[in-house]
Design a protein around this ligand. Structure first.
Ligand SMILES: Nc1cc(-c2ccc3ccn(Cc4ccc(CN5CCCCC5)cc4)c3c2)n[nH]1
Length: 227
């Protein structure tokens, strides 16, 4: 898989070299390119924003630099992802879908967002997904893109050491995960649930499923309704 990111803060993505994805990059499983949007401006002040038509607070990102930057990256194999507070909710299902794509390009906006015509233009040519990380407003798309790149990247075969662990984690089966414990068996008066020390794997599996259902009902009843 190849991932390209366009942003006015390219240094923000330096951390990808040290995280789990750093190993994936080194292994050649994932290629990540980070591109400075300002390299596609041609005025003295390298302007990427301007005032909104129709008035309103803040500034909007100009379409021309985006068009030049994205034209240099996009092919018919590309899925363009535009983080946005007004996007579809990014979920584990979306992460799984995106993990199967050959090429992702993340357009990280700032200010009050990107001129809508950029999304409209590329939607005529390739798959474009406006995706929200959650119901809160960030200052730009970079944090959202970083989260999405990590959630997607870890699902790409060869990135995570133990693929089975991916099957047992939260949201993979639509439920929250069961609680986990490790040594010591007793810690500050807190004991590990005895079932987990029993060696009875059928009973342990049943207990873990019950914990998933109980936790999901308590903490995320919406997930049960959506199933
Ligand atoms: N899940 C999530 C993703 C983001 C996200 C993603 C990308 C960008 C690019 C810019 N921002 C900041 C911002 C601030 C305020 C608004 C609202 N404003 C209302 C009036 C009309 C204009 C727009 C929109 C964008 C971004 C924020 N936040 N949260």
């Amino acid at each position: 898989m190849r991932v390209d990111v366009v942003t006015i803060f390219p240094d923000f993505f330096g951390v990808l070299d040290v995280s789990l994805l750093g190993k994936a990059r080194a292994a050649g499983v994932i290629e990540i390119g980070v591109h400075d949007l300002r390299a596609h401006t041609h005025d003295r002040h390298r302007t990427v924003d301007d005032t909104p038509y129709g008035g309103g607070a803040g500034m909007v990102m100009r379409p021309e630099p985006w068009g030049e930057a994205l034209d240099a990256l996009i092919t018919d194999q590309t899925t363009l992802i535009v983080p946005s507070p007004a996007g579809h909710r990014f979920t584990q299902l979306a992460a799984r879908e995106l993990a199967g794509k050959p090429h992702l390009v993340f357009a990280c906006g700032r200010y009050e967002g990107i001129d809508q015509r950029v999304i409209d233009h590329y939607s005529e040519r390739i798959e474009v997904r406006e995706l929200s990380l959650g119901d809160y407003v960030l200052n730009g798309g970079e944090v959202a893109a970083m989260a999405m790149i990590e959630a997607v990247g870890r699902l790409v075969p060869g990135v995570v050491g133990n693929p089975q662990s991916l099957d047992e984690e939260s949201h993979e089966d639509g439920l929250l995960e069961y609680p986990s414990y490790t040594k010591p068996a007793s810690w500050r008066g807190h004991e590990v649930p005895p079932i987990l020390l029993s060696g009875n794997h059928a009973a342990i599996t049943a207990w873990r499923r019950e914990q998933q259902l109980d936790r999901t009902a308590r903490i995320r009843p919406d997930l049960l309704g959506e199933q």
